[in-house]
Design a protein around this ligand. Structure first.
Ligand SMILES: [Zn+2]
Length: 241
């Protein structure tokens, strides 16, 4: 099944992947493909409707001089021309091959800001670009000369869930979260708060080169203190290193 959906200036083909014969419905729970398509359409519309009062310097390098829902959609549209939803479980929430993004069942159980962040993350992979590197195992992280251990959800430790620098998919995703947290004028306060945590979990700690991580912080916030509570929650300072 293939249908064209139009979201303002964005025209995308939404292709439904039908179940392979004999494949059991899995982590999608009771979500039908139609419902998945609906959620994706809503996510794109929500993204497009976002308003921002300002943007960080790093946002300007990724999304242009003036951040808006339209520039976020343009970022996706320039790289992704097909969306597929799949009922088949995958370890990832989403994957991109060429100009096609596939969303798997776990995508649909994420919070809205995570889903939108993943759409932006995956768009960065459009055209098969910006491949990940393995996260350290055990997952230690260096920032401004201090060593930390990732103390929550280090399930990605040792897997290819990190980036070597601050130009990859996690940097774009984290930059989106920072700007939602700092400057979104029509976002729910609870969503903005979760975005500031996601800036650390799905942005900052995924950038394993210390200098790139510091430049990522400085390009997205003027003051690290703003994120210190979530950093402290997520990272445990290592003593004597
Ligand atoms: Zn990725």
């Amino acid at each position: 099944m293939k249908r064209l959906i139009k979201i303002a200036n964005l025209s995308i083909f939404l292709i439904t992947s039908s179940l392979l014969l004999g494949t059991q419905s899995s982590a999608s729970g009771n979500l039908s493909l139609q419902r998945m398509q609906q959620i994706l359409s809503e996510d794109l519309k929500t993204l497009e409707s976002m308003n921002f009062s300002d943007s960080t310097s790093m946002s300007k390098t990724f999304f242009g001089p003036k951040l808006s829902g339209k520039t976020l959609i343009n970022f996706i549209q320039n790289r992704i021309h097909h969306f597929t939803v799949s009922e088949k479980s995958d370890s990832a929430a989403a994957r991109t091959s060429g100009d096609t993004m596939t969303l798997y069942p776990s995508y649909f159980s994420l919070d809205p800001e995570e889903r939108m962040g993943f759409l932006i993350h995956e768009a960065r992979h459009g055209g098969n670009a910006f491949f990940h590197v393995n996260c350290p195992k055990p997952f230690t992280f260096k920032l401004y000369g201090k060593d930390y251990a990732v103390s929550v959800d280090d399930s990605f430790s040792g897997t290819d869930g990190c980036d070597g620098d601050n130009q990859g998919a996690y940097a774009v995703q984290g930059t989106f979260y920072a700007n939602v947290a700092l400057y979104c004028t029509n976002c729910d306060p609870s969503l903005k708060k979760r975005a500031s945590v996601a800036f650390v979990t799905d942005g900052l700690i995924r950038i394993i080169d210390p200098q790139s991580a510091e430049a990522f912080v400085e390009g997205n916030v003027l003051n690290l203190d703003m994120y210190l509570p979530s950093i402290q929650k997520i990272l445990r300072k290592l003593e004597g290193r």
